[in-house]
Every structure is written in structure tokens, then in C-alpha cells.
Design a protein around this ligand. Structure first.
Ligand code: ADP
Ligand code: MG
Length: 208
């Protein structure tokens, strides 16, 4: 299957399903080093997205990402709502009017999403945030595309790297977000936003 509008819609539906499935786990991760709302926030947001999706007539992946952005920004509070919302908004802009994403456009979409989060949250790799999942994902996607891989394989490389990146946050002290108040006490705990980001990218692969 190509990375077309049907794929983008399926990605969003699968994201909602996986966030719902991992809701309790994400709440627990955020309870350990934050305030415990991350799983609930995202679950509420993606439920609203799915309802909006049912009523919408969308013709491009970019239009799908735009709808996700709008709904997440209006329904998800906390740090993650605006951050994920910005990621999808920038992804929509990078996708433009394309009816399907080739490998290079996919890399541009992922890069724009990551850059959107960075421009809003100012986090760098190693700060124990969702950027620790997104940046390895972007780098792996770019390398796979440069090696001539198919869009599906570029996506798989991104998702694998995001999962590894999320795992890498276990060992880190947080320098951004609520977890940064904990100092060394955050070490040994996974960043919830990095973990949810890895789930989002895994859903994209499952949809392809
Ligand atoms: P809040 O921290 O407001 O309760 P959430 O719990 O929904 O919001 O989201 C927390 C997640 O947001 C963190 O796990 C982290 O990945 C991400 N995050 C927080 N601050 C930043 C930032 N400045 N840049 C990137 N990601 C961040
Ligand atoms: Mg929280």
C-alpha cells in the first residue's frame, strides 16, 4: 500500500486505538515523573480526532494531518497538546497537496513535525522529552531514504528508531517539562511523551 490518504486516515485510527490501549501505561509513566495526565490527555484528544474524522471528507494526507492538529490543539491540555498539535500542523504543511507521500516527502513531513516540536518546546536530544524519540526517528528516516528505501521501509526505520529513542530516556535526567523538577529522581523512568511518540510512529507502520 502506498502512503496515501487512506493510509493517513488508517494511521490516525490506529493511533487512537494504540493510545487507548496504552492509556493506563502512559498515565503511570507520567505519574512517576509528572502529574499523571498524559495518557488521559492524549486519549481524549485522539477520540475527538476520530469523531471529527468520521464527519470529514479529506482528500490528501496533509488534510488529515491538519484535522488532527486542529482537534489536538483544541482538546488536549498540558504540554503535549500544543506540542503534538504543532507537530501535525507542520506535518500538514510539509505534505502540502500531495495525494501520496514518497520517501523524500515522508522525510520532510517527519522533519517538519520534529522541528515544530523543537520550535515550541526548545528541547534538545538528551533532555528526556518526546524529542528523544522524534530526532532519532527523523535521522533514521533520512538515512533510509538516502539509501533508496521504499516509503514503507523509511517509515519502519523511523518507528524502530523512535522506540529505541524512547527507551534511551530511561537513563536521563530531565531538563524540560515537569520531570525537570525532579532532578536525579527522574532517572530510571521513561519519558511518557517519548513513549507515546513511539506508539504514534508504530501506528503509522501498522497502517502501511
Ligand atoms: P504536562 O507535562 O503539562 O502534564 P503531558 O503530561 O501531557 O503534559 O506531557 C508530558 C510530555 O510532554 C513529556 O513526557 C515530554 O515528552 C513532553 N514535553 C514536555 N515539555 C517539553 C518540551 N519543552 N519539549 C518537548 N517535549 C516536552
Ligand atoms: Mg502530565
Amino acid at each position: 500500500m502506498s502512503l496515501d490518504t487512506a493510509w493517513a486516515i488508517d494511521w490516525v485510527r490506529r493511533t487512537a486505538a494504540t493510545i487507548d490501549e496504552h492509556r493506563a501505561e502512559l498515565i503511570t509513566l507520567d505519574r512517576e515523573i509528572g502529574d499523571g495526565d498524559h495518557g488521559e490527555n492524549l486519549d481524549r484528544g485522539f477520540r475527538a480526532v476520530v469523531v471529527a474524522l468520521d464527519d470529514a471528507d479529506l482528500e490528501t494526507p496533509g488534510a488529515v494531518f491538519k484535522l488532527v492538529a486542529t482537534k489536538l490543539i483544541s482538546t488536549v491540555g498540558g504540554a503535549a497538546g500544543p506540542l503534538f498539535g504543532t507537530a501535525y500542523l507542520k506535518a500538514a504543511q510539509a505534505a502540502g497537496d500531495a495525494t501520496e507521500l514518497d520517501a523524500d516527502t515522508l522525510v520532510a513531513v517527519l522533519t517538519a513535525a520534529r522541528d515544530g516540536v523543537v520550535s515550541r518546546g526548545k528541547a534538545e536530544v538528551g533532555d528526556k522529552t518526546m524529542i528523544d524519540a522524534w530526532t532519532p526517528a527523523v535521522d533514521a528516516a533520512a538515512a533510509a531514504a538516502a539509501a533508496g528505501e521504499t516509503p514503507e521501509r523509511v517509515l519502519a526505520a523511523a518507528a524502530d528508531a523512535a522506540a529505541g529513542g524512547a527507551e534511551s530516556t530511561d537513563a536521563l535526567v530531565a531538563r524540560k517539562g515537569r520531570a525537570s523538577y525532579l532532578g536525579d529522581r527522574a532517572v530510571g523512568h521513561r519519558d511518557p511523551g517519548a513513549q507515546s511518540s513511539a506508539y504514534v510512529l508504530r501506528a503509522a507502520v501498522d497502517a502501511a
